[in-house]
Design a protein around this ligand. Structure first.
Ligand code: AMP
Length: 541
């Protein structure tokens, strides 16, 4: 017997319609590459997104055709999010921090026909335009008279976004189509080989937006002012542009100014209540908070994900500044949210140390994400908080395959292998111990490089730490710690090693400590351990 409910597909366009109808005057505030601030509203974003839909139709975009973007977090990018996907085309966000050759490769692989870019990225576009012959139309995200000088010499027909929006009337209604059709795509960071394309659907995006907004997830509401520091060019800024519209939250979009002082000032000015970003961003903000001797005035919560949040960072936000931390784990392939660490009722009464032991974990799966931890033979391991194994996941917003990868689907019996090594405790809290390629295999046992880093980051003289495997004739691999000292700190190798005593098993203590000026970081805020390994191990005595 079938249910007798209406079969309305889940459409991304419905999110902006909803936001415009019930939160039409809620603000979207953007710092622009022009340097100034811009204020708009959900009503205006809907109107202009509908114009974008008409404009790209005029430019010849068929249904399902890819429209690429190279842009910061800002209102024009938001309009493209809704105008492109809502009208049945596929928004392909590209990470500007990648090498131009890789950007060109990604644009060609995705088959982008229309490409919109921030004027600050004009040099990249000038360098790659000739290498992307199938891009028919280039759109500079600026006023008609602000198209950068020199660009027209390379791309004579380059459009101004504002001229296009002004020249086209809004479409009357958004098209309705199969909710499983593609809405957007994003390439994984890919430390080896070519990046791989994850393709989201309208259904996966709307379901993820619902789940991400829940109280025990990102806890978003119409009373929030939300600052996604996470970029709209990577995994749809953790879905915040969709979740914010779904609840009618104010959006504050930081553009290119991601240093601590700029973020602090923006949070203060726009009464930001909730912000999301990777740990390196929060190191910057914490620095600004120490300088100002206070937290941004309305900031209630930060979401930390993309890499492990050290206990010292969680403690400083919460204990010193009264800002709640939600530690989250996800992947491009998971849209991205998989788990969020929100305490249960029973944790509220435990000691601060016991609570921190929970909060350094990456948290419980959202409803919709199923998890398993398995050994090398694929056998399930117990959820005892100790047994380390590979994390498998499945659910409606988890990738089933990559776009034209030339490889078979990565799924194993319907489960996606994350490549992360984890433990799961009896309450279902997942702790990411390592990427499987980074875990240190010492004498047949595993040492979690993340745990070693986390402890090192608690040392007052350590600004940043990375733990990597060094080859060892007896044990196979042993941990080597690479440290960036805090300015002025004169901490040495023995101090650091002593700091580990009583904090981990003796055989987990790094054999050696090397001091460097900086740790190489990738385009999505993660440490580039393979590059570090080459660099540091080459210099071994
Ligand atoms: P990406 O697809 O670029 O978002 O990278 C996903 C990977 O980042 C995951 O597979 C993890 O290895 C890592 N990651 C994400 N969030 C966390 C976290 N909170 N703690 C540790 N690692 C994380």
């Amino acid at each position: 017997m079938r249910g007798l409910m209406q079969e309305h597909g889940l459409m991304i366009s419905a999110l902006i319609e909803f936001a415009a109808l019930y939160h039409g005057d809620t603000e979207i505030v953007s710092r622009r590459v022009e340097g100034d601030f811009h204020r708009t509203s959900y009503a205006e974003v809907r109107e202009r997104a509908r114009r974008v839909a008409r404009a790209i139709e005029f430019l010849g975009a068929d249904a399902g055709e890819r429209v690429g973007t190279l842009a910061w977090n800002g209102y024009r990018h938001l309009e493209l999010y809704y105008g492109v996907s809502g009208s049945g085309r596929v928004l392909h966000t590209v990470n500007p921090r990648l090498h131009p050759d890789q950007i060109a490769w990604i644009i060609n692989h995705a088959g982008d026909r229309i490409f919109a870019f921030e004027t600050s990225f004009a040099p990249i576009i000038q360098a790659i335009a000739a290498k992307c012959p199938q891009v028919r139309e280039w759109i500079a995200l600026c006023d008609a008279d602000a198209v950068p000088a020199g660009l027209r010499d390379v791309i004579p027909g380059v459009h101004s976004y504002e001229a296009l929006v002004a020249a086209h009337a809004a479409i009357d209604v958004w098209p309705l189509f199969d909710e499983n059709l593609a809405s957007s795509m994003c390439y994984t960071s890919g430390t080896t080989g070519h990046p791989k394309a994850v393709v989201y659907s309208h259904r996966s995006t709307v379901l993820h937006a619902y789940a991400a907004a829940l109280p025990d997830a990102l806890n978003l509401s119409a009373r929030d002012s939300v600052l996604p520091v996470v970029p709209m060019f990577h995994v749809n800024a953790w879905g915040l542009p969709y979740s914010a519209a779904l609840v009618g939250a104010k959006l504050v979009l930081p553009g290119p100014a991601l240093d601590g002082a700029s973020l602090f000032a923006l949070m203060d000015a726009e009464d930001v209540t909730s912000a999301a970003g990777v740990p390196t961003i929060w190191l910057g903000l914490l620095g600004a908070m120490r300088e100002q001797a206070r937290a941004p005035r309305a900031l209630a919560r930060v979401i930390i994900g993309g890499a492990a949040a050290p206990a010292s960072m969680i403690a400083e936000f919460q204990d010193r500044w009264g800002v709640e931390v939600r530690h989250a784990w996800g992947m491009t392939e998971l849209s991205p949210l998989g788990t969020v660490c929100t305490l249960k009722n029973k944790h509220l009464a435990v000691s601060p140390q016991a609570r921190m032991a929970v909060q350094v974990k990456q948290g419980r799966p959202l409803f919709g994400v199923e998890v398993r931890v398995v050994d090398a033979q694929g056998m399930d391991l117990p959820w005892d908080g100790r047994s380390m194994g590979d994390l498998l996941v499945r659910g409606p917003w988890i990738a089933s395959d990559y776009f034209q990868s030339g490889q078979p689907s990565p799924l194993q019996d319907g489960w996606f292998p994350t490549g992360d090594v984890v433990t799961i405790d009896p309450d279902g809290f997942v702790q990411i111990m390592d990427r499987s390629k980074d875990v240190i295999k010492s004498g047949g046992e595993w040492i979690s490089s993340i745990e070693i880093e986390n402890i090192a980051m608690g040392h007052p003289g350590v600004a940043m730490a990375a733990c990597i495997a060094m080859p060892d004739p007896k044990w196979d691999e042993r941990p080597l710690l690479v440290v960036v000292r805090k300015p002025g700190a004169d901490v040495g190798e023995d101090d650091i090693k002593r700091f580990f005593v009583d904090k981990v098993a003796k055989w987990w203590i790094p054999d050696a400590v090397r001091f460097v000026d900086a740790i190489p970081m990738g385009a999505t805020g993660k440490m580039l351990k393979n590059r570090l390994r080459e660099r540091v191990l080459d210099q071994q005595p």
